[in-house]
Design a protein around this ligand. Structure first.
Ligand code: TUI
Length: 314
């Protein structure tokens, strides 16, 4: 395949980002993706600034290639992480779950390439105006915090609203998905759920087994009442949370149920108290393999369908 514009801007080989999955995307996973030619991204999640710094150092010990840090804007440690990425001279910052406006100038001053996740055209326009390097347009098929729109409708509208390179995310796990979003105007993809099956991804065996086994209807969205909708596996925990949400349980009790639930899933594989974040595409993730093989499989699959696509025209 020809080189994507985002590869030239970021100095990477393949236009594939690994999503900054909270509690999951550590320095080891990020380094393996970057080393394989994609962009590995360390999840800031709810880590402290120093914990993020430690993961950056781990990644730097494993690869010389560019790496990214995702800053989850609802984190209580967002201010310290915003400084750590500058001090550690991280090449790329992605943001999620909010508006990163107040940090953009300081990152740009440090020559960091800033690539916010947007879930609406309005946010895409604002980020373009504030000098973002590129945008990640993430549809609600993704795992974790989701916006209103699907990838299919968000990506072309974001592409029309900006002159920046657009990376598509949400519901993409193979070459067909990648080819499809290239048709919508994107120049690359971000995948989270597919990388849950990477050999280098450290999650509890129960989490891993679920991802490999589940089918098309495996996820649900909870948390709409709190204003922070979250897509996760349809487990007993998610069903109970949903019942509580619509059954008049107090905000405090709901908060108590959710507290620590991402970590509980990733570290302890606890199906009763853990929230297993997962995208709708998990039904297509069936095999554990090195991050490198995942990237090559998606690139080869994409090239194959793009070549065949010429058959549609006279
Ligand atoms: O951020 C994600 N996915 C996530 S974050 C997360 S941890 C979390 N903890 C507590 C509450 C909520 C989440 C788990 N998964 N994806 C990127 C993403 N960003 N998806 C949607 C958005 C988004 C939504 C609204 C980005 C900007 C935005 O702007 C709203 C505004 O106007 O401030």
């Amino acid at each position: 395949m020809n080189k994507s514009e985002i590869c030239k801007i970021l100095n990477i080989e393949y236009p594939i980002f690994q999503g900054g999955m909270a509690w999951i995307a550590d320095g080891k996973l990020a380094a393996s993706v970057s080393e394989a030619g994609g962009l590995g991204i360390i999840a800031g999640g709810n880590l402290t600034g120093d914990a993020v710094r430690e993961q950056i150092k781990i990644a730097r010990g494993l690869t010389k290639k560019p790496i990214g840090v995702n800053i989850m804007l609802l984190s209580p440690y967002v201010e310290e992480i915003a400084k750590v990425v500058v001090e550690e001279k991280v090449e790329v910052v992605t943001t999620g779950a909010g508006n990163p406006s107040k940090y953009m100038q300081s990152w740009k001053d440090a020559n960091i390439k800033v690539i916010p996740v947007v879930a609406s055209v309005a946010m895409a326009k604002l980020m373009t105006r504030l000098g973002a390097t590129a945008l990640i347009a993430e549809g609600g098929e993704s795992g974790g915090h989701v916006g209103e729109l699907t990838t299919m409708v968000l990506v072309p509208q974001v592409c029309d609203a900006t002159n920046l390179p657009v990376i598509a995310a949400g519901g993409i796990a193979d070459g067909r998905g990648m080819a499809a979003v290239l048709m919508l105007g994107a120049c690359g993809v971000q995948m989270g759920t597919r990388f849950l099956s990477a050999e280098e991804c450290t999650i509890h065996p129960t989490y891993r087994e679920k991802i490999l086994k589940v089918g098309d209807l495996c996820t649900m969205v909870t948390g709409k009442r709190s204003g922070h909708p979250i897509r996760s596996l349809r487990t007993d925990f998610a069903r109970n949370y949903s019942k509580a949400e619509y059954g008049g349980v107090s905000d405090e009790e709901l908060e108590q149920m959710a507290r620590g639930s991402y970590r509980e899933a990733v570290v302890n594989g606890n199906l009763n108290e853990g929230c297993f974040l997962c995208g709708q595409i998990a039904g297509m993730v069936n095999k554990v393999e090195p991050a490198k093989d995942i990237i090559l499989d998606v690139m080869q699959g994409c090239e194959e369908v793009l070549k065949r696509s010429a058959l549609w025209v006279k």
